[in-house]
Ligand binder design. Structure first.
Ligand code: OOG
Ligand code: MG
Length: 254
């Protein structure tokens, strides 16, 4: 049964096509089994696992999507988009952008009981990120098992150029961010919106991944979770994320 769901979602993700939600997805465990099969399919297609992401770790995101439990998704090399390049909207269903603090690991994280202190000790540096999410479900609407099966709406991600060591941040929980679309501020927030501390988003990813038999390893990137609600984008849009201290990055849509 789950093979059929993974096949359908892999096709929907790679073709940028919407599908109805799966009514027969029993629970979160079944949903992560589908996500695991999806990862196998991406690897079989020649893509490399480069990291992980947290989903639904902020109140703004939980309220926007009507789901109140954190999730994880995987990131592959083909999902990475260089800064200031153009994303083709026609390849996607209905993309939205989020701003996130991305952690780049210098050491492996514990797969069991990962704490914020473990994350801080293992982080090489953080960079500002824009995540482009794209639910494969009609109307961007889903329940918890369905969003997990759909790899937590992962689609593309953009990392900003300059890495900053956590030690060089005065306070990683009060980093201000603003998302601009075509020069207008669409939303603003602070990094504490993610579970009180974006490092807690990373610890959550490590713990959920650990329960699934995956370990977060040195060199991987972890998106700690959208700080604000996600912003829908249209062809022609120019998106810029301005992060206090971490800097600014942008991406265009056509
Ligand atoms: C699920 C993915 C959420 C985040 O940062 O909260 C996510 C969704 O909202 O479609 O990436
Ligand atoms: Mg996100």
């Amino acid at each position: 049964m789950s093979t059929t769901i993974a096949d359908t979602l892999f096709e929907a993700q790679t073709a940028g096509r919407a599908v109805p939600m799966f009514a027969d997805l029993a629970d979160v465990a079944a949903a992560y089994a589908v996500q695991g099969e999806l990862l196998d399919r991406y690897r079989a297609a020649g893509q490399r696992l480069v990291g992980w992401k947290a989903g639904l770790t902020s109140k703004a995101k939980m309220q926007q999507m009507g789901v109140d439990e954190p999730t994880i998704g995987f990131l592959t090399d083909a999902m990475a988009v260089p800064e200031q390049t153009t994303v083709t909207v026609a390849d996607l269903v209905h993309p939205r952008v989020e701003c996130e603090v991305a952690f780049v690991l210098g050491r492996d994280l514990p797969a069991d009981g990962c704490t914020v202190d473990d994350v801080v000790a293992a982080t090489a540096f953080v960079v500002p990120a824009i995540e482009i999410i794209d639910s494969r479900y009609e109307n961007f609407s889903f329940d918890l098992p369905n969003v997990i099966a759909d790899n937590s709406s992962s689609s593309r991600f953009v990392l900003g150029g300059r890495g900053v060591k956590l030690d060089d941040l005065r306070d990683r929980t009060t980093l201000g961010v603003a998302i601009l679309r075509n020069g207008h501020v669409e939303t603003t927030g602070a990094s504490a919106a993610v579970l009180g501390d974006p490092a807690a988003g990373v610890a959550t990813v490590a713990t959920i991944a650990g329960g699934l038999g995956h370990r977060l390893t040195a060199g991987q990137v972890v998106l700690s979770g959208g700080i604000t609600a996600a912003i829908a984008v249209d062809p022609g849009d120019n998106v810029e994320a301005r992060f206090q201290t971490l800097g600014t990055l942008g991406v265009r849509f056509e």
